[in-house]
Design a protein around this ligand. Sequence first.
Ligand SMILES: [Zn+2]
Length: 264
Amino acid sequence: MTRPPGKLLPLVAALLCGAVLAQAAEPADHSITAAAPAVKASAHAPLSIPVTQQPVRAAPRKQRQQRPPHRRASTTAVADDWNLTKHGKVLYLTFDDGPQQEWTPKVLRVLAKHRAKATFFVLGREAAAHPDLVALTRAAGHRIGNHTWDHPVLTKLAPAELRREISTGVRSKCFRPPFRDTNAHVEAVAAAYHQRQVLWDIDTKDWSRPGTAKVEQAILQGARPGAIILMHDGGGNRAETVSALDSALTELSRQGYTYRALPC
Ligand SMILES: [Zn+2]
């Protein structure tokens, strides 16, 4: 299944990045496990946790405006983990929409070949169907992020549905909205479940299957220290992604890049 990318205007995207920044001041990592609802990938039952009772704190508008529209500028202790540029020539590879029986193992093999760690934003329904693949991914040292249960357009959902989609996804410190479709409310709901919204810097558009060369080119041209790169291991035939990933990592490793998982 191919999915069109979000149609947010660049300005809106920039503002959302600012909102991500504001999110950095949200709950400390150590509180996540203790306070997050005990939701497992296989549990799709709606939770009855009112968002209004959760410790969501919106950053003052003035504070948001003072921050550059990029998550890296945050200075809180939690956000220090998210100071993605501090490690030098490091890239953050991310894969959405899996796990998928055929393509996830192939992506994992390419990552292992290049000694790369990555982050997989999985769908709850797919993780529930393939818990072995999630375990395999974790065991290889990668991190798992929440990409909702069923990949809906979140901003169109009623509040209860929105909460259910986010809360029944896999348990993680990170959340990525499908189609990059998000707003302050979506982000606040994710924060209520102690999940940080994570977007990306480089969209390879691999979901549209533009050809291996174009996917590789997008990775190589966008690569810069600390960049988050979006690819997909689910949602359709990912042969181009696997092939482009292999060749791009060969070149980027030659340039001195290494690859880390996000602190999800
Ligand atoms: Zn997706």
